[in-house]
Every structure is written in C-alpha cells, then in structure tokens.
Design a protein around this ligand. Sequence first.
Ligand code: NAD
Length: 296
Amino acid sequence: MSSIAFIGLGNMGAPMAQNLVKAGHQLTVFDLVPAAVKGLTDAGARAASSAAEAVRGAEIVVSMLPASKHVEGLYLGDDLLSSIDSSALVIECSTISPDSARKVAAAAQARGLAMIDAPVSGGTGGAVAGTLTFIVGGEQAALQRAMPVLQNMGKNIFHAGAAGAGQVAKICNNMLLGILMAGTSEALALGVANGLDPQVLSDIIAKSSGRNWATELYNPWPGVMDHAPASKGYAGGFGVDLMLKDLGLAAESALSSRATIPLGELARNLYALHSSGGSGKLDFSSIVNLYTQKAT
Ligand code: NAD
C-alpha cells in the first residue's frame, strides 16, 4: 500500500479517492473547496491545508482538476513540483490540452520526477464503481509503477503513447461523445415530436443500428433511465462546460494538425449555445433541452 496525495475532489476526484481509501492506501487530500474534503476525511483520509502540504512525503501524487489552466497553475504556477519527493510518481488525471500535459511532464522530468497523463473515461458512475478507463501517455516504466493504483480506480488501462498521447486519445473520444449525445437527443426529440413514447423509442434504438453509449447507459430523456442525470434534473455527471472545454481542445488540436472536424465544430457550437442559455453547470445530456424548448 502507498502513501498517496490526492488533489481535486470534485464529481470525479472524490469517488476515485474514496476507492483508493477502500483499497487500503494512506490518503492525504486537498481541494480548494473545504466541503469537498469532508466526504474523504469521513472515509478515513487525512486533510491537508494546502496542495504543498498534501504532497510532502507522498510516494504517489494524483490530481483531478477541471482544465489546463488549473493543472499548469498548480504544478508550474504554484511550483508544486518542487514540494514533491524526487522518487515520487505523479498521475495527472484531468482532461487538458496535450500541449499542457507535455509542458508539465517536461518540467517534472527536469526535476527527475516520473509523470504520466492519465485522463479517464466512464463518467461519475464509473468513478464510483471503480470501473474507469484510463488512457495513459508517458513512459512505459512509469505506467507500470502506476498500474496497481490505477487498477484500484479503473478496469481498462491503455497506453496511448508518449507524454500527451493520453490526452489526444481522450479528446478524440470526447468529441465523439459530444456528437453522439447531440445526435441521440435529436433523434429522440424527432420521435417524440411525431408521437412516439421516448421509452419505447429508446428501447428500439438500443437494440438497433443507432445504439450507442447514451442509449445503453446515459439516456438524455428524463425518466427513461432512473440512474441517469436526465432523471435527476441533470445534476452531477459531466458538466456542459466541461464538454464545451473538451470540444474546444478538439478544435485546437484540429487547427494545429490541419485535420477537419465539421461535426465536432458543430457540436461545439451546440454546447456553447446551450451553455450561454445558463445550462453550463448541468450534465451535458441536457443538450436535449435545445431540441425540446418550444418558442412561446
Ligand atoms: P469538478 O469541477 O466537479 O471538480 C474539480 C475539483 O477541482 C473541484 O472540487 C475544485 O474545487 C478542484 N480544484 C480546482 N483547482 C484546484 C486547485 N488548484 N487545488 C485543489 N483543488 C482544485 O470536475 P470533475 O467533473 O470532477 O472533472 C475533473 C476532470 O475530469 C475534468 O478535466 C473533466 O473534464 C474530467 N472528466 C470528467 C468526467 C465527468 O463525468 N465528470 C468524466 C471524465 C473526465
């Protein structure tokens, strides 16, 4: 068992850290929001008063923050790297730009620290169940060291390539997720507008060629799946603004590589429109509301 510092205890970080406590690791946790820390201290983790205090003496540092600016701000701006033991391993799980991931990894390497980017897929349900998919970029040796800890939080662990490659793969996946959630919402709204029951139509699609992750596990229509954010007022889950961030990362990557992503760009505009209407903090499956709001 290892001594682990865990920084960022939001919708994803909190259940991931809980699973590490359950597996028997010694956890020291930090979040800017004191209320986020409480659930972990109740479970047996130790609270630190700063990120620097949390990482001191830790064998492994895990971070799960919103976006690139938070990750660069923490490791480079606040120079957290200088407080981490040079024998420690850093596992950075946030979804951020590949360039940011490479920049922080290079700074870590310059201090002799091993670091991997390990963004996740599987949503808050996967974080709670410990069945996340980790998509790793970095040295194979660092991944091998991280493996036991990743296995306490996830089920499928992929090595995408060198530093930053985990983020590239994650961005491709989330661009597809944004597109398929908008497409599923559009299809359900069309069926309902033409008199179909959303449950019946969802059951049909789930067993037909249009089936996908949304129709199987995360239906955007309220009441179709009890456990989905759609049936809980779109609370929790994966925020519209986080999806918008990931579609922005896809657009940046497309620009720099001269790739074309017409559907990804269209999806980015749909989520931006939805967010600007005040839905940024709702789960991203609330994109269905764009199709169901009627003009008065
Ligand atoms: P969140 O906003 O719920 O949580 C982020 C947490 O980080 C917050 O508690 C915030 O207070 C904390 N934080 C920010 N800056 C900090 C700092 N400097 N020091 C300490 N704590 C700090 O976000 P989330 O939904 O948990 O997502 C985290 C990351 O995981 C994002 O990059 C997101 O894109 C990615 N992700 C989310 C999901 C999902 O379903 N929610 C799924 C896969 C990946």
